[in-house]
Design a protein around this ligand. Structure first.
Ligand code: FAD
Length: 409
């Protein structure tokens, strides 16, 4: 027998749960809603953690998904610092870290992702950081204060964004990455060359097609109490001075609770869902970074780690809890900023493409790249606001073979 009941239980305190709560109330749901999140803070937007918040331009309040009074006003019970430890999907009960057992009518699983960690020698030295939460950004900002040179590991979003932000804070930054060009894995070599030119143009050194072999302290140690990183040594044989290191080497969906609860997991590492975002368990939905769903837009199973996608999936799951029975058909959208040097938006994602159609002024930093496969638009990258995102959404969703001639000029 549960200690108490809630109509809807939202598990995880990120954007997906926060948007599910807002959608439930906006759709007129008057039943009880309980959100349990592990972190100290109410749900907040993570993107500022590598951008404005890291640079000190945005506060924690600016980053909140809903202002602090919103939860009480909306009658949504918010439990921060509270993990869901176990889920019994047959009995429809959840055990909380507070020892309370809560019965639920429907549940949303939105436990997000965790950073992937490097496992090279020296990885435990002081001064080596990972970034997922605003608290990590606080630690990094404090720690780099005394460091003149910082190494960012990884050429994807986090590595590139943090490199830009720390350069703005007056640090000399080196990016060490496996790729030939930054952001190349997402957007291809042509776009990657542009982003390299932006980063290098602001003084960032890029060490590409290489990777970390080990971290060393000033005395050459790779372990030991109080030993702090002083340099990185790459597999290619370079030694780079590093007063601090920030690693952005990917994330992995946090499916620990889902696995323990016996939910079906997918090949992409997430919780397997149908097109309605229903998991394999009755009345349990999933959304956000853990959600691996049958996409009616792409005609394949996808899992995407982007803020707007998590928000939109939270909303779809909420509507389906209320009986909408609608597939999640929003074209995934992503944005990123390299300080105020470059801004990008991307819709897609393209699993593969055989043609890139460039429109606009690449040297001037206002251009779009359209990614086509067999003449069909699969994705579009807009830099400096130059691409028509709505048109790209429509072309991606239609799946029509328009060829390069059908791409907006
Ligand atoms: C530094 C950074 C910058 C980013 N920048 C961008 C960007 O510019 N653009 C973009 O589109 N995306 C960006 N992202 C990605 C985006 O933030 C994520 O896709 C989004 O946060 C996913 O939301 P979510 O709700 O699925 O999960 P999360 O935000 O990860 O939230 C899940 C929460 O659930 C908690 N939790 C886990 N297990 C339990 C449990 N058992 N019980 C209770 N709580 C639990 C976790 O602690 C976490 O607080 C960025 C991410 C990071 C880290």
């Amino acid at each position: 027998m549960a200690d108490r009941d809630t109509d809807i239980l939202l598990i995880g305190g990120g954007i997906a749960s926060a948007m599910a709560a807002a959608t439930l109330r906006a759709e007129g749901f008057e039943g009880s809603i309980l959100l349990a999140g592990r972190e100290l803070d109410p749900p907040y937007h993570r993107p500022p953690a590598s951008k404005g918040y890291l640079r000190g331009h945005e506060s924690k309040d600016d980053a909140l998904v809903h202002p602090s009074g919103w939860w009480d006003e909306q009658g949504v019970e918010l439990l921060t610092r509270t993990s869901v430890m176990a889920l019994d999907t047959a009995a429809r009960t959840a055990k909380l870290s507070t020892k309370e057992e809560v019965g639920y009518g429907q549940a949303l699983l939105a436990t997000g992702a965790m950073v992937r960690r490097l496992s090279v020698d020296g990885a435990q030295l002081d001064g080596i950081h990972y970034l997922r939460a605003l608290g990590n950004a606080d630690t990094i900002r404090g720690d780099v204060d005394g460091a003149e040179r910082v190494v960012c590991v990884g050429g994807s979003y986090i590595g590139s964004e943090v490199a830009a932000s720390l350069t703005e804070l007056g640090k000399r930054v080196t990016i060490v990455m496996q790729e030939a060009e930054p952001l190349e894995r997402q957007f291809g070599a042509r776009a990657g060359a542009y982003f390299r030119s932006v980063l290098e143009g602001h003084g960032i050194e890029i060490v590409s097609a290489d990777e970390i072999a080990r971290f060393e302290s000033a005395s050459g140690a790779t372990e030991g109490d109080g030993e702090r990183v002083a340099r990185v040594v790459t597999a290619g044989g370079r030694t780079i001075e590093a007063g601090a290191v920030v690693c952005g080497v990917g994330a992995q969906p946090d499916v620990m609770l889902a696995r323990r609860a016996g939910l079906a997991l997918g090949d992409l590492g997430g919780v397997r869902c149908d097109s309605r975002l229903r998991t394999s368990a009755e009345q349990v939905f999933a959304a956000g970074d853990i959600c691996e769903y049958e996409s009616v837009v792409h005609g394949r199973v996808v899992r995407i780690e982007h803020e707007e996608v998590a928000a939109a999936q939270g909303a779809t799951a909420a509507r389906n809890m209320l009986g909408a029975d609608a597939p999640h058909d929003v074209v995934p959208y992503f944005f990123s900023d390299l300080s105020d040097w470059a801004s990008l938006e991307y819709v897609g994602p393209a699993a593969a493409w055989d043609e890139e159609v460039v429109r606009g002024d690449v040297d001037g930093g206002a251009f779009a790249i359209w990614y086509l496969e067999g003449g069909r638009v699969r994705a579009m990258l807009s830099v400096g606001g130059a691409g028509d995102v709505d048109r790209a959404n429509a072309l991606i969703a239609s799946g029509a073979a328009v060829g390069a001639a059908g791409v907006p000029s």
